[in-house]
Design a binder for this molecule. Structure first.
Ligand SMILES: CC(C)(COP(=O)(O)OP(=O)(O)OC[C@H]1O[C@@H](n2cnc3c(N)ncnc32)[C@H](O)[C@@H]1OP(=O)(O)O)[C@@H](O)C(=O)NCCC(=O)NCCS
Length: 176
């Protein structure tokens, strides 16, 4: 899978396809979600303004493209919270015909690696009501050390709500 950061999509050969996908996702948020409420007032603006406004607010994401068939197979979107101390995964989707083949798990792995590389040590995985079970399942696997995480491991964190985790260097001793 090819992984493209939304904030860098313009430099990618698949940039136009990714941009279209991202704008579709922004314009069709999960009904009733926090993101739907946040994005509603800016949907009247043009595409460029919408993307720039969300980017300035810290929103970013990753889009995943198949190696052979160059089509988008999944995505993940996230935003920093709490004075940019935490990175919150709030949306994730795998193309319908590609589900249940481990792609969602690899997407969460990529999100965790991105958070780690960008200095975040607390993350929250929460992608909407119907995906909560999947997220918690993958988080459990991360905590059990079953994900491919280079240089860090994952511990549960006691934050309010579901899906909180701490990222810890592999050399550090467990604290919980
Ligand atoms: C949720 C979603 C991102 C998962 O992507 P995926 O590529 O199918 O996930 P994976 O194949 O990596 O699955 C990882 C684990 O989560 C489980 N899982 C996947 N989707 C799940 C779901 N919706 N509910 C509960 N568990 C789920 C898998 O069975 C797998 O468990 P296992 O490790 O014990 O085999 C994807 O299904 C999606 O985009 N769904 C959008 C719509 C949706 O949420 N529908 C749910 C309606 S029930």
């Amino acid at each position: 899978m090819i992984q493209v950061l939304v904030s860098q999509m313009a430099a990618h050969i698949e940039g136009p396809q990714i941009r279209e996908h991202v704008l579709y996702r922004i314009r069709h948020p999960d009904q009733g979600s926090k993101f739907a409420a946040i994005v509603a007032p800016i949907l009247k603006y043009d595409d460029e303004t919408i993307l720039r406004t969300l980017s300035r607010a810290g929103y970013d994401g990753m889009v995943f493209i198949g190696d052979l068939v160059r089509e988008i197979v999944g995505d993940v979107f996230f935003e920093p919270q709490n004075d940019r101390l935490e990175l919150h995964l709030f949306a994730c989707e795998v193309r319908r015909e590609c589900r249940f083949h481990g792609i969602g798990t690899r997407i969460v792995e990529a999100f965790l690696a991105h958070a780690w590389d960008h200095g975040f040590r607390i993350v929250r995985l929460s992608a909407g009501n119907d995906k909560e079970q999947f997220m918690l399942r993958v988080l459990e696997k991360a905590v059990r050390g079953e994900l491919d995480l280079q240089g860090f491991r994952v511990e549960h964190d006691g934050g309010e709500g579901l899906g909180w985790a701490r990222l810890i260097p592999v050399t550090a001793k467990a604290t919980a």
